[in-house]
Design a protein around this ligand. Structure first.
Ligand code: NAD
Length: 255
């Protein structure tokens, strides 16, 4: 049913974004993936093509509104349509916890830009095309931090992800009449990037055991756990689900 649908995934060179690109390509989507690193995008392309899927990479910064518009124009001229947008690029931009009085404006801005502005720029850029086709599936990737608080205590990250959840709801209300759904996936702890890997190591054996025991299904998440939920929300069958935030965290938090 998703055969030949056109999907755009940000942060597709690594971690969850790579898994999302693979999961969408697996069901026949034509996946356009953006990221900062050409080499990482190339590794996603190789993985997708090994499974006979389609993946078109673009080196691209989600904080650059102009680059968004250009990328959408390119996709529009090649494919004439775009069914799925996954705003996945994000993270803590290498930051660690600082007491609030020491948080630097530049670092605060950087995290807010990637996680909140990036999603806003993406939605703004795709909305006209999705409205014309009277169909769209937009999925934003937030975090348990955005629904509650960050385990690593990075203020800007929690604030940006909470803002992105607000953006999800507002866009769902605005774009629903045009056949466009907007939902949000909040992953739990996944060892998919250097920040979570460092966090995992810092916990030590006892901390790791405690974390796993606090998760009802008694295991950490995998990138594919997240990708499968994104693929579900990206499918045509979910047209009556919008403005929702779904935690994919083994039941760690229940809302
Ligand atoms: N891994 C987890 O435990 C976890 C938990 C909750 C939420 N998340 C969220 O899931 C998403 C993916 O996380 P991940 O673990 O796969 O991280 P990751 O670091 O492995 O992947 C993120 C990708 O986004 C790219 N990216 C970063 N800034 C970008 C920018 N400005 N423009 C374009 N691309 C950019 C990176 O290069 C990277 O390839 C993020 O939004 C993150 O906040 C992750």
């Amino acid at each position: 049913m998703m055969q030949n649908q056109v999907a755009l995934v940000t942060g597709a060179g690594h971690g969850l974004g790579q898994a999302i690109a693979l999961a969408l390509a697996e069901v026949g989507c034509r996946v356009f993936g953006g990221d900062l690193s050409w080499d990482e995008l190339q590794s996603t392309k190789d993985l997708v093509e090994r499974r006979k899927g389609f993946f078109q990479p673009a080196v691209f910064d989600v904080c650059d509104a102009q680059a968004w518009n250009q990328w959408i124009e390119t996709i529009k001229s090649r494919e004439s349509r775009l069914e799925i947008l996954v705003n996945n690029a994000g993270g803590v931009a290498g930051q660690t916890h600082q007491d609030v009085e020491f948080v630097d404006d530049r670092l605060w801005d950087k995290v807010i830009k990637i996680n909140l502005y990036g999603a806003f720029y993406g939605i703004r850029a795709v909305a006209p095309l999705m409205k014309t086709q009277h169909y769209g599936r937009i999925i934003n990737i937030s975090s348990g931090a955005g629904r509650s608080h960050s385990l690593t205590g990075i203020q800007a990250y929690t604030s940006a992800k909470a803002g992105q959840i607000g953006l999800t709801r507002q866009m769902a209300a605005e774009l629903g009449p045009f056949g466009i759904t907007v939902n949000n996936v909040a992953p739990g702890f996944v060892r998919s990037n250097p920040a979570t890997e460092k966090q995992w190591e810092a916990m030590g054996e006892e901390g790791q055991r405690k974390l796993v025991e606090s998760i009802p299904v008694r295991r950490l998440g995998t990138p594919m756990d997240i990708a499968h939920m994104v693929r579900f929300l990206a499918s045509p069958e979910t047209g009556y689900v919008t403005g929702q935030v779904i935690s994919v965290d083994g039941g760690h938090s229940m809302f």
